[in-house]
Design a protein around this ligand. Structure first.
Ligand code: ADP
Ligand code: MG
Length: 287
């Protein structure tokens, strides 16, 4: 299967715990095109894992719209969500072993992961050997997991996520606790899957070296999209409701409540001018 798109509009997620509401996402607008690779960055507690779990159909939105491929997540029942997870979406949770059967060999781990998809209506799945080849573990097909390196185990977790050839692969911190070599190999495997299968990839990471290898990054801050990066350059994003999240370094100069006069020059430069203050911010419209 080739890549599927993800689209969210004003996405809100609230956890209800003992009479307390925790607003984890407070209006996320994000479109991911089929076959795109996107990194989700941002400080701890920003809402990255929540967003990933919503994309996976493991959580339901509290408000807003979310579609994954043709699926309108808010309207689906549990059966539909389970089917979507089995066929369309591969999820790799944080911590390799959370995704693996510890006493099964690598090839049996891949085969087990394929069963769910076969049960709900068998598309043609690749042979388990091919999946291992894609992640560079063909030689380790029957090696015990305890004899694999941490990087190899993480790559196997990626292989398990890819086993049913999903259109969307979701990864939560896939390189945490790996050395440089292990980390690079994991990212190589993910990018190879994207290139060879067209799989759409959304990966949470807080490793700047990983982010550097991804063509597009989205920074989540306080439950919203804070900024976007394209090939190392950072951009502020205008949300669908017209709001703009300013980068933290600019916010130091314009505290909340500041009045800004917004003008667009003939050459397309957008100016934010603080009233009654010397400070002036210049924004060139992104191209
Ligand atoms: P991140 O992955 O960016 O660190 P999370 O999505 O895990 O952020 O969390 C976002 C917010 O939601 C945090 O304030 C966190 O404490 C809260 N949160 C996450 N999971 C739960 C949960 N199961 N129940 C209650 N609150 C949660
Ligand atoms: Mg997280």
């Amino acid at each position: 299967m080739s890549g599927i798109p993800v689209a969210c509009h004003g996405l809100v997620h609230i956890y209800r715990v003992e009479g307390n509401d925790v607003v984890a996402l407070s209006g996320v607008d994000l479109d991911v095109a089929p076959g795109e690779v996107v990194g989700l960055l941002g400080p701890s507690g920003a809402g990255k894992s929540t967003l990933l779990n919503l994309f996976a159909g493991l959580l339901r939105p509290s408000a807003g719209r979310l579609t994954v491929g043709d699926h309108d997540i808010a309207r689906m029942d549990e059966r539909g969500l389970a089917r979507m997870r089995a066929v369309d979406v591969g999820v790799v949770l944080q911590g390799a072993m959370r995704n693996l059967l510890p006493y099964a060999t690598p090839i049996d781990n891949v085969r087990f992961a394929q069963r769910g998809a076969q049960r709900v209506g068998g598309q043609d799945l690749p042979r388990a050997e091919e999946v291992l080849g894609l992640i560079g573990l063909d030689e380790e097909a029957t090696t015990s997991l305890s004899a694999l390196s941490p990087g190899q185990r993480q790559r196997l977790a990626v292989g398990v996520g890819l086993a049913a050839q999903p259109g969307l692969l979701l990864l939560d911190e896939p390189t945490s606790q790996l050395d440089h070599e292990g980390r690079d190999e994991v990212i190589d495997s993910v990018l190879a899957a994207n290139r060879d299968l067209g799989t759409t990839v959304v990966a949470v990471t807080h490793d700047p070296d990983v982010a550097d290898r991804l063509p597009r990054t989205v920074t989540i801050r306080d439950g919203r999209v804070g900024s976007e990066g394209r090939r190392g350059e950072d951009f502020a994003v205008v949300a669908r409701d017209g709001s703009l999240t300013l980068p933290p370094d600019i916010l130091e100069n314009v505290p909340p409540g500041s009045l800004l006069r917004v003008t667009v020059d003939d050459d397309g430069a957008v100016r934010l001018r603080r009233t009654g203050a010397a400070g002036e911010i210049h924004l060139e419209e992104g191209r």
